[in-house]
Design a protein around this ligand. Structure first.
Ligand code: DLL
Length: 433
């Protein structure tokens, strides 16, 4: 039986959702015009005033916001309320330049927690469950978001944070955790460790996992589901829009429902900015229509994905987004060809390898070099050079037919690639260093 946290909203008719969006958008544009001079200036430059925005049909008239705007306006330039009305900040894990700092009022946090509660409920969570939150706590939004959602649902919440894998497993077993929330790469690592401890899926009390914050393939999902004996649900979000729970998966596991009563999604052509029809791949753009402290108008996420409004078997009516293929800024251009790490992951996992790999790109003699280091499983590990060469060739061929270019594949010993407790680092692009 499908469970909903707020069925009246999650299963509302299309007309009801549009009515909510129209009303909230008009109010939000006024709020931003009056309180965020940075965005008002952008609107003025484009010749748009709040009077031009009468419904979601007019959304395309508004200017975009990008990460560059967020950096330019750092730290307070996009604040929509007096600082004394804010109760918290979170910040992104960006590696270069200024970090993005997002602000929240108490209402913004309640809305965010509700979005996460919808995700936990969609994964079968009730007040009878024990929910272990193993996303990082702190400036990262993963821990706080799922923690808040778990409280709303009424689960017994274990605010573990990431790291200390042995203790994670001890709590899962001793406290009978039924729901695990962490990054998919950490879930895979927990699974690997439990297997090494000789635990079979039946001995692990978990029944569901809510995994997100990074791109992961269907193959990786199947692998995690098998090792942990659970159903694995995807969850998506970004700090700029609150954190996890912007969208989440239901029992159908066919894309993530976007919480459309809070966020309007568009897909645009990343080069021209033109809005593309549903079903077309492009860059995901979001407008947060009721967040007051840090309102994002047409924010360009750089995530590449597809939207669908086809009816979902779970009964929810909110639009679904496909698993993002990756970020346009994670996309590698190698010898002129676009390569997403998730495509490489698919080839590796289809050939029986774990999701422990690293892509190293460099430029030598004006040509891009493309190396993929792939960890063998303990069962594959051998010192038979002929066998290793044969295996490497199989992967080179598989990658060639997926990507159209040739990679150099090196098989490495089990456990030699560093594990991640948060978002995994898959790519080392030495051309940028
Ligand atoms: O990663 C929020 C989050 C926490 C989401 C926990 C889900 C679970 P940021 O650190 O700001 O926020 O990173 C946001 O991560 O633009 C995507 O590129 C990527 N991302 C997030 N969820 C997914 C997902 C959090 N399910 C950026 N699949 C986003 C693919 C994802 N990529």
């Amino acid at each position: 039986m499908e469970r909903y946290y707020q069925p009246e909203i999650e299963c509302a008719s299309r007309e009801e959702i549009i009515a909510i969006q129209n009303k909230k958008l008009v109010e939000q544009v006024k709020h931003v015009w009056e309180n965020v001079p940075y965005y008002r200036k952008k609107m003025e430059e484009k010749g748009v005033t709040p009077d031009d925005i009468k419904s979601i049909e007019d959304l395309h008239k508004l200017p975009f916001l990008s990460k560059t705007d967020l950096r330019d306006a750092y730290p307070y330039g996009l604040l929509g309320v007096p600082l004394e009305d804010c109760v918290r900040i979170h910040s992104t894990s960006g590696t270069t330049g200024k970090r993005v700092v997002a602000f929240y009022t108490q209402d913004d946090i309640d809305m965010w927690d509700e979005c996460c509660a919808r995700a936990i409920t969609a994964a079968g969570g009730t007040k009878e469950d024990v929910c272990q939150v193993s996303y990082g706590f702190g400036l990262f939004t993963g821990g706080a978001g799922l923690n808040g959602g778990s409280h709303k649902v009424g689960c017994l919440t274990i605010p573990m944070s990431s790291g200390n894998t042995e203790r994670q497993i001890m709590f899962i077993r001793d406290l009978n955790a039924t729901i695990l929330c962490c990054t998919p790469s950490y879930a895979a690592y927990l699974g690997e460790t439990m297997k090494e401890m000789g635990l079979s899926p039946e001995e692990i009390p978990l029944k569901a996992g809510i995994f997100g914050a990074e791109a992961w393939s269907e193959e990786m999902r199947r692998d995690i589901e098998k090792t942990l004996g659970i159903k694995a649900y995807d969850i998506y979000g970004l700090t700029e829009l609150s954190g996890p729970g912007v969208s989440f998966e239901c029992s159908a596991q066919q894309g993530m429902h976007i919480n459309e009563d809070h966020f309007i999604a568009e897909i645009i052509d990343p080069d021209t900015g033109e809005v593309l029809p549903d079903g077309t791949q492009g860059e995901l753009v979001f407008t947060s229509i009721d967040k007051k402290a840090f309102p994002m108008m047409r924010y360009r996420t750089k995530d590449i994905c597809v939207l669908t409004r086809e009816k979902c078997s779970c009964g929810r009516t909110h639009v679904r987004m496909a698993k993002p293929r990756g970020r346009s800024d994670d996309m590698l251009i190698i010898r002129g060809v676009n390569v997403f790490p998730s495509q490489i992951e698919t080839v590796l996992m289809n050939n029986g390898y774990p999701a422990n790999y690293q892509i190293i790109v460099d430029r030598k003699n004006n040509t891009d070099t493309f190396d993929v280091h792939v960890e063998m499983t303990p069962e594959m590990f051998t010192d038979n050079v002929g066998e290793i060469m044969e295996r490497q060739k199989q992967l080179v061929d598989g990658l060639k037919s997926m990507l159209g270019i040739k990679a150099k594949v090196t098989l490495v010993a089990p456990k030699s690639i560093q594990r991640s407790e948060g978002k995994a680092v898959r790519v080392i692009d030495k051309r940028k260093i």
